[in-house]
Ligand binder design. Structure first.
Ligand code: ADP
Ligand code: MG
Length: 361
């Protein structure tokens, strides 16, 4: 649907040219909700401006639905821009127009007849749940309602793509969830392709089918959201994912655990004592812990767990302390691996071994 190939964009600055986008390749499928995430300054908004043709890339190609955008003349670009509906962080509503008037504006510009506009705006306001507020002004509605107006307006010209740059960044968490749910519903109902630009992992977690992670003008990692959450590879991704799934132990927790493990091992010579980090993706965390304990005669203590629902799939990290006869612990480890659960040994100690510490990378 959206094909971006080897896209480069530089800005002229007093210190020379600044490379805002470096060799971006992205392929976004028809009908998916695609997330682009990255820290501030990564180049996300620059990418948006290249997709909606407000900035000309230095090199590379962009096409939407097979139509190549790079290389078009200004008049042709205007027509193509209508195929992309934009949603903004600060809503960008016209304060002197009502909710109705804001949604009607792009239709008026496109020269749609009045009766047709009235009918269309009514349907759009119903879609975003604002039919009862049609006559209010932007100053008389909440932030979440303003963004609903922004979404209705973006959909007015029946675009093929809804492109949103930080649409929920100015909203509280509850309103963010509602707006994301609305975007998902619109995507399901209409099949429109949605591209969400965000610095919030929470946004990606809640509704994106796939995600690309940007850092310093490049795409550093991309894939299905569940896969990226379950096993982030790039340091930038790991940092963002751990903010949501707590995939690392704090230094304090780790130090306290080390002492506890040493104590347990000293008190019960011959027993193996381990701390494992289990990476879940689609597994059932509760039944896993039960099975480890019951099936293999080891004692399992939960240290820290954070499991998130990512579009119906349980993804997260569980830290457990496991204790028992060395063979039993080894058998339990094998059982977990057989269930396709990644195990990383964080602390490894037994009376007979030298203490060893394996830290997560
Ligand atoms: P993001 O949206 O990920 O925060 P941006 O695309 O806004 O990132 O910016 C990427 C980098 O490009 C930043 O370092 C920013 O300062 C720089 N930049 C953005 N727009 C311009 C511009 N018009 N002129 C010069 N530098 C710019
Ligand atoms: Mg930005």
């Amino acid at each position: 649907m959206i094909d971006i190939e080897h896209l480069n964009k530089t800005y002229a600055t007093p210190h020379g040219r600044y490379e805002a986008l470096r060799g971006i390749d992205l392929h976004i499928a028809q009908g998916e909700v695609f997330g682009v995430i990255g820290p501030s300054g990564a180049g996300k908004s620059t990418l948006v401006k290249c997709i909606n043709l407000l900035e000309r890339p230095d090199s590379g190609a962009i096409s939407i639905g097979g139509q190549r955008l790079t290389g078009l003349r200004e008049s042709q670009l205007r027509a193509q821009r209508r195929r992309i509906g934009m949603v903004f962080q600060h809503f960008n509503l016209m304060t002197r127009r009502t909710v109705y008037g804001n949604v009607a504006l792009p239709l008026e510009i496109a020269g749609v007849p009045r009766a047709r506009i009235a009918e269309k705006v009514r349907r759009l306001l119903e879609l975003v749940g604002l039919a009862h507020l049609a006559d209010r002004y932007p100053s008389q509605i909440s932030g979440g309602q303003k963004q609903r107006v922004g979404i209705a307006r973006a959909l007015a010209n029946d675009p093929d793509v809804l492109l949103s740059d930080e649409a929920t960044s100015a909203l509280d968490p509850e309103t963010t969830r509602n707006i994301l749910a609305l975007l998902r519903e619109i995507n399901r109902k209409t099949g429109i392709t949605v591209v969400l630009i965000t610095h919030q992992m929470e946004v990606v977690r809640q509704i994106c089918d796939r995600v690309a992670v940007m850092d310093k003008g490049q795409v550093v990692e991309s894939g299905r959201t569940v896969d990226v959450f379950a096993a982030p590879r790039h340091p930038v991704t790991r940092a963002m994912v751990s903010a949501v799934t707590a995939s690392d132990l704090s230094d304090e927790t780790l130090a306290a655990l080390r002492q506890k493990v040493a104590r347990q091992a000293a008190e019960q010579p011959g027993q193996a004592v381990r701390v494992w980090r289990l990476a879940l993706s689609g597994g059932d965390a509760g039944s896993l812990l039960g099975e480890l304990a019951a099936g293999h005669g080891v004692s399992v203590t939960l240290v820290q767990a954070r499991v998130e629902d990512i579009q119906g799939i349980a993804v997260g990290t569980v830290f457990v302390m496991v204790q028992g006869a060395p063979e039993a612990v080894a058998a339990a480890q094998g059982a977990a691996q057989a269930r396709n659960i990644q195990i990383e040994e964080i602390i490894h100690e037994s009376a007979t071994d030298q203490p060893a510490l394996h830290l997560a990378a």
